[in-house]
Unconditional design. Structure first.
Length: 396
């Protein structure tokens, strides 16, 4: 019963997480586009930085942005923050339900670093805290005065963190934690800088004082960081479902290429919103980065095995799968905490086993992502034999 409740909790949290993230990303993209598209006109009131006219749903909208703040506030002021908070909270609860609950299986890889579940979980939390504090220190240092230099140094540090994560956790957990760290930074930007600065501006207006323009510049800088980090974060959060990404053993290089692609795409759209027309190179850069990523994750040749040339590969493959995989991938899993076969994949029927030949080759031979953390001790010879068998089945 506990496992069933955990499964439903995971599904509902994931649903909430995706919905909240969609709302957060949508507002982030919209306001960055709105800010970039503002135009200054002679007839605008003093203190208005620019305006934008938009049409949607059959209606026309006229938006003004004040240089610092309006002379007076309306009775109702809409705040955009709960999307960010809900995304982070639901994401952290998902980490608890998925990675922390199954730390020995999904967080720890003895072949990388043999940690206890408690130490791995503590390290995971420390990564989020120390990572954010390091980012905050960097932004508040003299380096933070230059957006370009800050972006360059920050990107290098993200790649370094990706390498460090790959030396601590399993490949799947390393990629996931990279996304979780960047998501934490983005949510903290909202909760620790953007919203507090906006509240200070509102308080100054209510008190009859002129708001400090530095507050607005700081908030805008963090909003821009969130805007550029969004696409890489989404990639890292879904990549933990794709072993060709996380099981390459080169998470740092994956991170560098994804950052390059994501930043390039966002640069294109931000430039277009500003009215610039010469940023098509961004798509070429993103395409080359993703092509390099695909090449990087091409299946590697399997190791040689000692099976005789005339061996019954089908029988040997069934034996390996029954020994190493079927405790989870069967109609009635016997692995503790698993009540249904992951992703509905079953190997307890020879016909089903043949139909899954390509998936077995991907997960167990090409990427070695399965079994997770190799908890059942699949050998290199067994993987190679599965590769020979799968090649025969796929070629039929």
């Amino acid at each position: 019963m506990d496992s069933v409740l955990l499964e439903w909790s995971s599904l509902i949290l994931r649903w909430l997480h995706v919905i909240a993230a969609m709302a957060w990303i949508g507002t982030s993209f919209y306001f960055i586009a709105l800010d970039a598209g503002l135009q200054r006109r002679p007839a605008l009131p003093e203190g208005v930085a620019g305006e934008a006219w938009q049409v949607h749903g059959g209606g026309f909208y006229r938006m003004w942005k004040y240089t610092v703040a309006p002379p007076e506030l309306p009775e109702k002021l809409t705040w955009f923050m709960w999307e960010a908070y809900t995304t982070w909270i639901s994401g952290f609860l998902l980490m608890l339900a998925y990675y922390y609950w199954n730390a020995e299986l999904l967080l720890v890889d003895p072949a990388v670093l043999d940690l206890s579940a408690a130490v791995a979980i503590g390290t995971s939390i420390a990564v989020l805290v120390v990572g954010y504090l390091s980012y905050e220190t960097l932004c508040r240092s003299p380096l933070g005065r230059s957006d370009l230099r800050l972006a360059a140094v920050g990107s290098l540090l993200i790649v370094l963190v990706a390498w460090l994560l790959s030396q601590i956790f399993s490949g799947r957990a390393a990629v996931f934690h990279l996304g979780a760290l960047l998501g934490t930074i983005m949510a903290a930007n909202v909760g620790h800088v953007i919203i507090p600065n906006q509240r200070k501006v509102v308080a100054a207006l209510i008190a009859g004082r002129d708001p400090d323009p530095v507050l607005g510049r700081q908030a805008k800088q963090r909003s821009l960081h969130n805007n550029y980090l969004t696409l890489p974060v989404v990639f890292f959060m879904i990549a933990n479902h794709y072993p060709l990404v996380f099981a390459t053993g080169r998470v740092w290089l994956v991170a560098a290429l994804v950052l390059l692609a994501g930043f390039s795409v966002r640069h294109f759209f931000n430039a277009r919103h500003r009215g610039e027309r010469g940023s098509w190179w961004s798509w070429a850069t993103a395409a080359l980065a993703m092509a390099a990523l695909a090449w990087l994750t091409l299946p590697q040749a399997a190791a040689r095995n000692d099976a005789p040339a005339d061996a019954d590969l089908s029988a040997l493959a069934r034996e390996i799968v029954e020994t190493r995989c079927s405790m989870c991938h069967s109609a009635e899993p016997v692995w503790e905490g698993i009540v249904v076969p992951p992703r509905g994949v079953r190997f307890d029927d020879p016909r089903l086993l043949r139909l899954q030949a390509q998936r077995i080759a991907l997960q167990a031979v090409w990427t070695r992502a399965m079994p997770p953390a190799n908890v059942t001790g699949m050998t290199e010879q067994e993987r190679a034999l599965l590769g020979r068998w799968a090649a025969g089945e796929i070629g039929r």
